[in-house]
Ligand binder design. Structure first.
Ligand SMILES: *Cc1c(COP(=O)(O)O)cnc(C)c1O
Length: 248
């Protein structure tokens, strides 16, 4: 990661470092799209800014990033407020408890982690109260048999329940079914997992034609995700540097 090499006596200014990381990521996205016969403009980069300050969000916005992601409401709510002038789309990508729906519905444009009916109902009620429309993705657990690992629960609906969760979202005025999201399992081939996500994505799209988002791909696997049809990448470390272990 570029950040490590630069931790010396003569640090590169943060904005330059992030600009270099973003240029590198964009080049890799373009190459992966070319290899997959896809158009780079069909793959959106969501900068996941968790653990990094609002000043980094501002730098990213200055570099043309329009979409940012966060995984904890306590951190996201104040950051979104501090960056309210930037006109960004805010993506909530983390595990979400129903009691946080009220807060998230105030600033999030897209919630990637809707994995149960009750959460859809809570978000729907809060979206209506705020007079906002939220796009919701059905988070799919691609590893339903796994025990929770060192990073804690990753959430997601069993693939067999994905259509029911999509229907629960669709039933809520104020919510729109946007597509699907997943985190690749820790074990096994991410490509195979993304193929399984795609089959869920196409079932959801058959039923809800506007639900075109396939949110897949993180810093460690985004090229594979592009080959597998991802439309939205959620990139943290590749843009901003490695986080402390065990944070999100
Ligand atoms: C942190 C996080 C990301 C970004 O991960 P990186 O490996 O830093 O790119 C993507 N998706 C979710 C759900 C996350 O919590």
């Amino acid at each position: 990661m570029a950040g490590d090499a630069d931790r010396g006596a003569d640090p590169v200014p943060r904005a330059e470092l992030i600009a270099a990381n973003l240029a590198d990521v964009r080049a890799r996205v373009a190459a992966a799209c070319a290899a997959a016969g896809r158009r780079p403009e069909d793959v959106k980069i969501i900068a996941v800014t968790k653990t990094y300050p609002a000043s980094d969000v501002r730098i990213l916005a200055g570099l043309g990033i329009t979409d940012v992601g966060e995984n904890r409401d306590q951190e996201a709510a104040p950051k979104a407020a501090q960056c309210g002038d930037l006109g960004l789309n805010w993506h909530f990508v983390g595990q979400l408890q129903t009691n946080k729906a009220r807060s998230v519905a105030r600033y999030a444009d897209v919630v990637h982690s809707v994995d149960r009916d009750r959460l859809a109902r809570a978000l729907g009620a809060r979206a209506r109260a705020e007079r906002r429309e939220l796009t919701c993705l059905v988070q799919v657990n691609l590893d339903p048999e796994s025990v929770e690992g060192v990073l804690g629960p990753r959430g997601g609906a069993d693939p067999r329940d994905a259509m029911a969760v999509a229907a629960a979202i669709d039933a809520e005025e104020g919510l729109r079914v946007g597509g699907v999201m997943a985190v690749a399992p820790r074990e096994g081939e991410p490509g195979e997992a993304f193929d399984r996500l795609n089959s869920v994505a196409s079932r959801v799209r058959d039923r809800y034609p506007r639900a075109t988002v396939v949110s897949a791909g993180m810093s460690g696997d985004f090229e594979t995700a592009i080959a597998g049809g991802a439309t939205h990448l959620r990139l943290g470390a590749a843009l901003l540097g490695d986080r402390e272990p065990n944070v999100g």
